[in-house]
Design a protein around this ligand. Structure first.
Ligand code: RP5
Length: 165
């Protein structure tokens, strides 16, 4: 089987972020979107971070999803080195993730990072947001995204029936 080239890069600041960031790849797997995963730290491996960001577009990556905790500069530093859309997932490594949320979201004008919610919700939504971007140019993916929403609505309605009865 020929492996498809990754179009989404999932990056995290530490291997300790892997559990939450697995929510990203679970969603991408569901949509059969090819991705790559790496651990890169904006602070501990700054040169690697720079090379990764500079080379991503050339390697065929369309969207980057970066998750980090604490002083979470990963998404912002990557965004400063590429014009690809960068989605940031703030992770809770203390302070309920408020530190990471502010570090990821409060970018100065000119270098945007699309910041999601803290933790699992943010990880799931980052993947869905990236899929939505790809779906702009992929009708099959757009259909899958609409189906995902329909299934989600049906699931919530069936639970509601159980609660209301
Ligand atoms: C961040 O600091 C990482 O993204 C991680 O969430 C947090 C703690 O990392 P470790 O020091 O535990 O590796 O850079």
């Amino acid at each position: 089987m020929v492996k498809k080239r990754p179009v989404i890069a999932v990056v995290m600041g530490s291997e300790k972020d892997a559990e939450v960031m697995a929510e990203v790849t679970k969603v991408l797997d569901g949509f059969r979107v090819p991705y790559e995963v790496s651990v890169i730290s904006a602070h501990r491996t700054p040169d690697l971070c720079r090379c990764f960001a500079k080379g991503a577009a050339r390697r065929g990556i369309k969207v980057i999803i970066a998750g980090a905790g604490k002083a979470a500069h990963l998404a912002g530093v990557i965004a400063s080195r590429t014009i690809l859309p960068v989605i940031g997932v703030p992770l809770d490594a203390g302070m309920n993730g408020l530190d990471a949320l502010l570090s990821t979201a409060q970018m100065p004008a000119g270098i945007p990072v699309g910041t999601m919610a803290v933790g699992r919700s943010g990880a799931v939504n980052a993947a869905l947001y990236a899929v939505a971007m790809l779906a702009l140019r992929d009708k099959g993916l757009a259909q899958s995204l609409a189906d995902y929403r329909r299934r989600q609505t049906a699931r919530v309605k069936s639970k509601r029936r159980k609660v209301v009865q």
